[in-house]
Design a protein around this ligand. Structure first.
Ligand SMILES: Nc1nc2c(c(=O)[nH]1)N[C@H]1C(S)=C(S)[C@@H](COP(=O)(O)OP(=O)(O)OC[C@H]3O[C@@H](n4cnc5c(=O)[nH]c(N)nc54)[C@H](O)[C@@H]3O)O[C@H]1N2
Ligand SMILES: Nc1nc2c(c(=O)[nH]1)N[C@H]1C(S)=C(S)[C@@H](COP(=O)(O)OP(=O)(O)OC[C@H]3O[C@@H](n4cnc5c(=O)[nH]c(N)nc54)[C@H](O)[C@@H]3O)O[C@H]1N2
Ligand SMILES: [Mo]
Length: 926
């Protein structure tokens, strides 16, 4: 019996018909393609799932063979005669089901009465059994999101493949033998105590309901609620842009599954699958609010979700909108357009972002509009625009499948882009590929990596330039590529002389040989790809860090081909789209400079009014301008700067100093507490709109439920303000906005609202009305003025604040898997907050010892900007001398501590490096 894969098409007979199998196709797949259903349990016809052939539910008869064959793993041979419905095959399948039914709770008591298992059982007519049942395992309800009821388990192994092969989390396994054989988590731990990251892939794969969303089960462990509608949409959390199937019942989301999108192929992570309940949180803003005249102001008043009735009163929409707009009008008219500023949102849609920047540019009258990209990849975008003429990724993260060498630097995809991480881990398991992790902290991807360069924080340029030095000295660069496609090589060559690995080793903490070997690996691999994140960008020398990455890729020609390129992993679900749409103080939609006469006059014609000639202020500059009195009014939509800006006291003092602040959000955030008017708006699952992910894939998000109470659509509210500021807008639907955007954004060529409604996704740039778009950019040169990629030399620059005697540690900040940024959404999601409920600082065992600390002790963490109190978590991934804090916990806000010093080019603050100290607290600091 041959089980080797067919490499050529094969003709065979299926149920009497002459058919052809494509190379690699199994009998099951051919039958399925041609419309013949064969029962299957352990087989999952989704990308990433390997057929295992263990359940025997898909047995078919092959003429001339004594035994039946499992059609999911069997490939047809030329001339083979296969019958799926012979008496023998049917009987065999019935026997399989009868044996399995014996051990199951009856369908009426089944955890999932509508499971794949019960549906097939009833299709083939076997719903009871003559066989005695084995002893049934008890339920394991130790995890907050996933219920484990192994009484329904049929040992089909799908959850093991889901966990190990698809998501590559390696938590679920099979243990014990024979009739005792069972699914286990780690070494037979309770699910809640295991290393499970709750991606829920196993839940989605389980054909029986043995693994299920616990929120769906009643007290008897039975599912009662089923969707009356399933809406295809996109996940609201990160830039991966997973497509989702949103299950809705009675205008409430009851469950989310992964849908077949190009960035996720049905996979999701814990937030996307289990974190949706924030939108039904009782504390959603439901009525417009106006600050009471006698309410005290101050930077430290805001406690999210606390009773705010002493500060705010409910108002009608008319009153609130009037108050919001007239306050802005007054400032504009009395102090001039530049006294106003706006922060738009990377959580909202492209249409909302476009309208928001248009409101600021045409209604407020200046370019003072920015958003969280400034705190994020601003330095990456600055370097990329300068070097390759485009700020977006050159290739999707799924290109890792074609890469030979994958470098991930300054990012932590396992936590922050978990579904992208599944593709990286899958690729890294291939022995012919090499994964290199460069990060001062450890992370779970290190397990799959060839090497972890655990260098000193803030020393990226030293490390990367040592690699460039090696590539040039050892002549590993691609001379032809350099000559044909780049400029500045001679200067780079000259400048790099100071960066011999032997000299940089001490500075970056990686020995010269490793630096040289890594450089060789990157330069000489068939295809090398770099993915990076905030560890690279959030520094006062962030732009230089990225310049070095770009130089490395350009001199080796590791760009523009499959498996090569530069991929800054974009953070927010729509930060790519919001930037494209022009939520940037120096750029109109599609990155067109506001200071270019010709472009400006084109935009003036298009919008029908005169526009500001000067670029506007950026996020942190706006906060400074409030302090110096030049900005006195703001509109903030879908951002929480009171938590996300560096040096929080400074930022909150600014917000409380404003004469007029309008906040449009879905929750009473720390920022909203400072507002004069609060406009309750629509969450992601409540709106139609397009969203652009990190791969440049423009995707359709669809409203699944209605906004709560009187909350209204974001786009409508922006329009209401615009109208009251003298603009004659009359959009009736996000579609109208999209159509307008497409007229000034060449990146949207061949992408229409109708197309996206139909196809869900198109990648930009797209060169034809029906093509899927261009995944890999720069195959032929660069969109710079010269058509060449620019090599820019960099220098060694220290982080802005180095540790000293008083503040001996390096504080780095970032994220947790379960929480989103400032916690606005995820701390209001029951599942996610249960998983990470309290503020912690991560610290190495050795530093704990020096300070006499035990895990769970209360400490204070201080920098020159402030002090917070929180608990200690021992963490072996943080190196000695460094501490890590996530910035989601308002009770111990990391940004009380961070340094607002800016990178001169990207204007991004140094979130990743402050000098800090830790002191034990004797008493619990409740
Ligand atoms: N769960 C979750 N996921 C998210 C988010 C979230 O809030 N929660 N936010 C989203 C957003 S907007 C963004 S931008 C992304 C961010 O995603 P990432 O870029 O992965 O973000 P961080 O965790 O902030 O930092 C990444 C890494 O930088 C490392 N690092 C620290 N200092 C240095 C240094 O000096 N050099 C280098 N090379 N590395 C250093 C840290 O050790 C850390 O591993 O995540 C997105 N995804
Ligand atoms: N210390 C430290 N600080 C950092 C970083 C770091 O690594 N360390 N990272 C920085 C980075 S990379 C980023 S991107 C920023 C993120 O900073 P922010 O964007 O300020 O953070 P979020 O918590 O994502 O804020 C989103 C806000 O939008 C609201 N919201 C969600 N959906 C909607 C909607 O549909 N409509 C409206 N109107 N509102 C909505 C939420 O309730 C929340 O208040 O933080 C930055 N700050
Ligand atoms: Mo970000």
């Amino acid at each position: 019996m041959s089980v080797t894969a067919n490499t050529k098409p094969v003709s065979f007979t299926l149920n009497g018909n002459e058919v052809t199998a494509q190379p690699g196709e199994s009998i099951w797949q051919v039958a399925d393609r041609l419309g013949t259903e064969i029962p299957h349990l352990c087989y999952q016809p989704e990308p990433g799932y390997r057929a295992d052939g263990n359940c025997r539910a898909c047995m078919v008869e092959i003429e001339g063979e004594r035994t039946l064959a499992a059609s999911c793993i069997r490939q047809p041979a030329e001339g083979m005669v296969v019958n799926t419905a012979t008496e023998r095959a049917k009987k065999a399948r019935e026997m399989v089901f009868e044996l399995l039914v014996a051990d199951q709770p009856a369908r009426e008591e089944a955890h999932e009465p509508d499971s794949k298992f019960w549906n097939w059982a009833s299709d083939i007519g076997v719903t009871s059994s003559r066989f005695p049942a084995h002893e049934r395992p008890v339920a394991d309800l130790s995890h907050t999101a996933i219920a484990v009821n192994l009484d329904a388990c049929i040992n089909c192994n799908l959850c093991v493949r889901a966990c190990r092969e698809v998501q590559v989390n390696d938590v679920i396994g099979m243990a014990f033998r024979g009739s005792k054989s069972s699914v286990v988590f780690d070494f037979n731990a309770d699910m809640g105590d295991s290393t499970c990251v709750a991606c829920g892939e196993c839940v989605q794969a389980c054909p029986t309901g043995a693994l299920m969303e616990s929120s769906l089960l009643n007290d008897a462990g039975v599912r009662e609620d089923y969707a009356d509608e399933i809406v295809n949409s996109v996940c609201p959390f990160c830039g991966v842009g997973c497509q989702t199937e949103v299950h809705v019942k009675d205008d409430k989301i009851i469950k989310i599954d992964g849908a077949e999108g190009p960035a996720n192929e049905k996979r999701l992570c814990v937030k996307g699958r289990f974190g949706f309940d924030y939108i039904h949180n009782p504390n959603r803003l439901k009525k417009p609010l106006i600050r009471r005249d006698d309410a005290p102001r101050g930077w430290d008043i805001g406690v999210p979700d606390n009773d705010f009735s002493a500060y705010f009163r409910e108002a009608t929409w008319e009153e609130a909108l009037e108050r919001a707009a007239s306050g802005l009008n007054k400032i504009r008219d009395e102090k001039g357009p530049k006294a106003l500023a706006g922060f738009g949102s990377a959580k909202g849609s492209n249409e909302e972002a476009y309208l928001f920047q248009k409101l600021v540019r045409t209604g407020f009258g200046s370019n003072n509009v920015d958003h969280c990209t400034r705190l994020c990849h601003a330095s990456s975008v600055a370097a990329l625009m300068e070097g390759v003429g485009s700020g977006a990724v050159s290739a999707p993260f799924t290109s890792v499948a074609d890469a030979e060498c994958i470098i991930i630097i300054g990012c932590r995809p396992g936590w922050n882009h978990p579904v992208a991480a599944t593709y990286i881990k899958q690729a890294a398991k291939d022995p012919n590929k090499h994964l290199i992790v460069m990060d001062p902290r450890g992370q779970n991807l290190v397990r799959y990596a060839d090497n972890h360069l655990q260098f000193k924080p803030g020393r990226d340029v030293a490390m990367l330039n040592a690699m460039i030095y090696t590539i040039i000295e050892e002549k590993l660069y691609d001379l032809q590529y350099v000559q044909a496609n780049t400029e500045g090589f001679e200067e780079l060559k000259e400048n790099i002389k100071d960066f011999a690995p032997e000299d940089m080793a001490e500075i970056c903490g990686i020995d010269a040989q490793t630096l040289r070997e890594t450089a060789r690996l990157y330069a000489t691999s068939e295809a090398s790809l770099i993915l990076w994140g905030m560890g690279v960008s959030q520094h006062t020398h962030g732009t230089d860090n990225v310049r070095s990455l770009i130089a490395m890729s350009l001199i080796t020609g590791q760009i523009g081909r499959p498996g090569t390129g530069l991929h800054p992993l974009r953070g927010q679900n729509n930060v790519q789209g919001a930037s494209d749409a022009g939520l940037i103080p120096m750029l109109y939609p599609d990155y067109q400079s506001v200071e270019n006469e010709e472009i400006r006059s084109r935009m003036e014609d298009f919008w029908g009014m005169e526009l500001d000639k000067k670029k506007g202020l950026t996020v942190v500059e706006i906060m400074d301008a409030i302090h110096d009195g030049s900005i006195t009014g703001m509109f903030i939509q879908g951002e929480n700067p009171a938590m996300s800006d560096p040096d929080q006291q400074h930022a909150r003092e600014a917000l409380s100093k404003l004469d007029h602040l309008v906040v449009q959000d879905i929750f009473m955030t720390e920022t909203a507490w400072h507002a004069d008017v609060i406009l309750p708006s629509s969450a992601h699952a409540e709106k139609d709109g397009t969203f652009t992910n990190t791969n440049r894939q423009v995707q359709m998000g669809r409203a699944a439920v209605s906004p709560p109470g009187d909350a209204r659509q974001d786009w409508e509210l922006i329009q209401e303000i615009a109208k009251r500021m003298g603009l004659d807008w009359s959009y009736t639907h996000p579609r109208d906005v999209f159509n307008e955007m497409a007229q000034v954004m060449p990146s949207l060529n061949n992408i229409t609202w109708e197309r996206l409604s139909r196809e869900n996704v198109v990648t930009y740039p797209c060169s034809s009305e029906d093509g899927p778009g261009t995944e890999i950019l720069f195959a032929q040169g660069f969109p710079t003025t010269s058509g060449r990629g620019k090599l820019v030399s960099t220098a060694l620059i220290d982080p802005a604040e180095l540790p000293d005697k008083e503040f001996p540690l390096v504080l780095t900040t970032g994220r947790l898997l379960e929480h989103w940024h400032t916690g606005a959404m995820t701390r209001r999601s029951e599942v996610l907050d249960n998983l990470e409920p309290e503020a912690v600082v991560f610290i190495n065992r050795l530093d704990m010892k020096k300070l006499g600390l035990e895990a769970g002790d209360w400490v204070s963490v201080s920098t020159r900007r402030g002090t917070v109190s929180l608990k200690v978590r021992q963490d072996r991934e943080v190196p000695e001398g460094m501490i890590f804090m996530p910035f989601c916990f308002s009770e111990a806000a990391a940004n009380m501590l961070t340094n607002p010093q800016l990178d001169p080019f990207g204007k991004i603050p140094e979130f990743k490096y402050s000098a800090a100290k830790i002191e034990p607290l004797a008493v619990a600091a409740e």
